[in-house]
Design a protein. Structure first.
Length: 334
């Protein structure tokens, strides 16, 4: 089940490295103090599947250099030495759907229950299943979702102002007084909860039963993925005077090139592994082109990462973007 991390696709590894560098740099987690050693990637990763997808849906990376908790079947927990980050392989989910610096990886938690197993399956946000070689359920984390009977295929939609269904005796100004009324059908749809007969039934009926949820999840994920696309196309922005940590995916060397290269100080720290490159840019608005590339040479392969410097005094804001599941903050800065 576990594979050397070198066998994970490069784009997935870079996404994981960028996420870990960001949460370390920006201290998004309170327990990551400046005096704490930084998390580092373990030597192996676990492919994670989803019942409605044939290919690998996620990769679980272990984060070493941490003290976490490993829940045990007896109901207690013991100290463990790794956290984790789960990274999506595509737009079916947000780029990083699950991360913890406090708990052991889901794969390790399931191993504590049943020992070695063949396949790890992610069912929902916090539910994971361990399967044997025949696809049978051995154990699971979290609560398996129920079978939903009577789920609509689409969400109800608001009608444009002036087209809401109203009582014929209402006044002509009724639509303007209540512009948010929703058309109601004569029959009320009731969603019922039922048990799955077996894990095989859940796997087979997963796509149909949770189709609406999965489509909305993919829609919710579209904004963060657009941000990923913009980063790939135009590069990652670094504010002048700030620093950015770039984890190398293997031992190697680097070069900085491009119009903005003269305005960047780069320092490579080869130990501890993985090596990390610290970029410190400095530029003001008089610099017309602040774009630059970092080329990472690993001997057997090279990786090119694009960046640009946000000059001192340049105004930047991020506008929230609406979605059916609430606002996201993947909108473009301006």
């Amino acid at each position: 089940m576990r594979v050397p991390v070198e066998k994970v696709p490069w784009d997935v590894r870079r996404r994981a490295a960028r996420a870990v560098a960001a949460m370390t740099q920006e201290h998004l987690f309170p327990r990551l103090d400046r005096d704490d050693p930084e998390p580092r990637f373990g030597p192996e990763a676990v492919p994670v599947y989803r019942p409605d997808l044939d290919e690998v849906a996620y990769w679980e990376f272990e984060l070493e250099n941490l003290t976490t908790a490993l829940p045990l079947p007896e109901g207690e927990a013991k100290e463990f030495d790794r956290g984790f980050i789960v990274v999506s392989t595509g737009r079916h989910d947000v780029p990083v759907p699950h991360v913890s610096l406090d708990l052991a990886p889901p794969s390790r938690q399931l191993e504590a229950q049943v020992g070695a197993y063949a396949r790890l399956v992610k069912v929902d946000s916090l539910c994971y299943v361990a399967e044997d070689d025949h696809g049978e359920l051995l154990a699971h984390l979290g609560t398996l979702p129920p079978r939903l009977v009577g789920m609509p295929s689409e969400l109800p939609r608001r009608l444009p102002i002036g087209q809401q269904t109203a009582d014929p005796t209402d006044g002509e100004d009724r639509d303007e007084m209540e512009p948010s009324r929703i058309r109601r059908s004569r029959t009320k749809r009731v969603v019922e909860f039922a048990d799955w007969g077996s894990w095989a039934d859940l796997r087979q009926g997963y796509a149909e039963c949770y189709g609406l949820h999965l489509r909305l999840l993919a829609e919710r994920a579209s904004e963060p993925w657009e941000a990923e696309d913009l980063t790939e196309k135009f590069g990652e922005g670094i504010h002048s005077g700030d620093s950015l940590t770039v984890y190398l995916l293997d031992e190697g060397e680097f070069e900085v090139r491009g119009p903005g290269a003269d305005y960047v100080i780069a320092e490579l720290n080869p130990q501890p592994l993985p090596p990390k490159l610290v970029l410190r840019p400095k530029a003001d608005t008089r610099v017309k082109d602040t774009s630059f590339e970092v080329v990472l040479h690993y001997g057997h392969a090279s990786e090119i990462l694009s960046y640009f410097i946000v000059p001192e005094g340049a105004p930047t804001t991020v506008e929230p973007v609406a979605s059916k599941l609430g606002p996201t903050f993947g909108g473009a800065g301006r």
